[in-house]
Design a protein around this ligand. Sequence first.
Ligand code: NAD
Ligand code: DAU
Length: 334
Amino acid sequence: MKILVTGGAGFIGSNFIHFILGTYPKDEVINLDLLTYASNLENLAVWKDDPRYRFVKGSITDAALVEPLVAECDAIVHFAAESHVDRSILDPSAFIETNVRGTYVLLEAAKKHGKRFHHVSTDEVFGSLGLDDAPFNERTPYDPRSPYSASKASSDHLVRAYFHTYNLPVTISNCSNNYGPYACPEKFIPLIITNLFEGKKVPVYGDGMQVRDWLYVSDHCRAIDLVLRQGKIGETYCVGGNGERPNIWIVKQLLSALGKDESSIEYVKDRAGHDRRYAIDFSKIERELGWRPSVTLEEGLKNTVAWFKENEVWWKNMKSGEYEKYYEKQYQKR
Ligand code: NAD
Ligand code: DAU
C-alpha cells in the first residue's frame, strides 16, 4: 500500500511512519508536512534515503500541491493539525485554517480520485465528563468546548459528510491523550519530564485533579493501522489507553522517577474552559478488530522518561526558538 501521511513530521505521525515502514516491507509512504514548530524531520532521519519514503514540504490547505499526491497514493492517513489546546485559546485562526479548511481540501482531492481516507481525531470532540459519568463511546454526542476541539469536531463532521454524500471510503478514530517518543514538550508529560531535567518547576493547572486517559503512542499507531486495513467503511472507532489518572498523579509519578520532591510543583492559574475528565470505552475496536492497549501507564512512563533522557539534543532543539516566544505569551496571559 502507498500511503499519504499528512503531518508525518509531528509526534504521532512520525511514530506512525516508523510503524508502517518497519512493519510492511512493501508499503510506501509520502509524508506531507508544513514543518510547523511542532514538527521535527530528525524524527524520521533513518528513512531519509529509503526509496519507500518521500518527504514533501507544504500545507494540506494547498489544493494544487495536495491533489497529485493524493492521486498517486492508495490511502490517506490524516494527522496534520494544530494540536495544542492552550495555543488554540491564545489564537484559534491556524486551527480553523488547518484543521477545518485543510481537511476539506484533502477530502476534495480524495473524492476526485476515489481514495481511502482515514481521519485521526480526538476524544475532546465529546466534551467533558464528570467523575461518575460513563466513558465516551462512538455514540456519545459531540460537545466540543475549546477552539481546538471545535475545529476537530468540524473536521470529523466533514469527513462523515463525504461518506454519506459522496460514498467516500472513510474511517475515523477518536483517541485519548497520547504520550511517548517524539512528543512535543509543550504537552503535559514531556513538559514535566524536560522541565525536571532542566531543574525547573512543573506548572500544574488549577487543582491538578483533571483526569486524562493516557495512551502510549505505539498502541495508538497499531490501532490506526488496524482501522485503516480492517475497519468498516463509514465507521468511527474510539481508542483509549486504559490509563485514566488525575494530572497530579502523573506529576507525582514523574517526580519520583526523576528523584525530585513536591517542591518542584507550581500550581498556576487554570486553563480557560478546562475540560475536567476524558475517558474512553474502547470495547468496539476490541470486539471488532481485536485491539487493546498493550503498554501499561507505568511501563509507558518509564519508556518515555528513558527516551527523553537519551534524546536531550532533540528536546532542547524543540524547546528553542518559536517555543520560547509561545511561552512568553502564555505566561503574560496568566
Ligand atoms: P503535532 O502537533 O505533534 O503534529 C502535527 C503535525 O502537523 C506537525 O508535524 C505539523 O508541522 C503538521 N502540520 C500542521 N499544520 C499543517 C498544515 N497546514 N499542512 C501540513 N502539515 C501541517 O500533533 P500530534 O500530537 O502528532 O497529533 C496528530 C493528530 O492526532 C492531530 O490531528 C491531533 O488532533 C490528533 N490527536 C492527538 C492527540 C495527542 O494526544 N497528541 C490525541 C488525539 C488526537
Ligand atoms: O485528549 C486528546 C487530546 O490530548 C488531543 O486531542 C490534543 O491534541 C492533545 O494536546 C491533548 O490535549 P490536552 O489538553 O488533554 O493535553 P495537554 O498535554 O495540553 O494537557 C493534559 C492535561 O494537563 C490537561 O488537563 C491540562 C494539564 N496541563 C497541561 C500543561 C501543558 C497542566 O496542568 N499544566 C501544563 O503545563
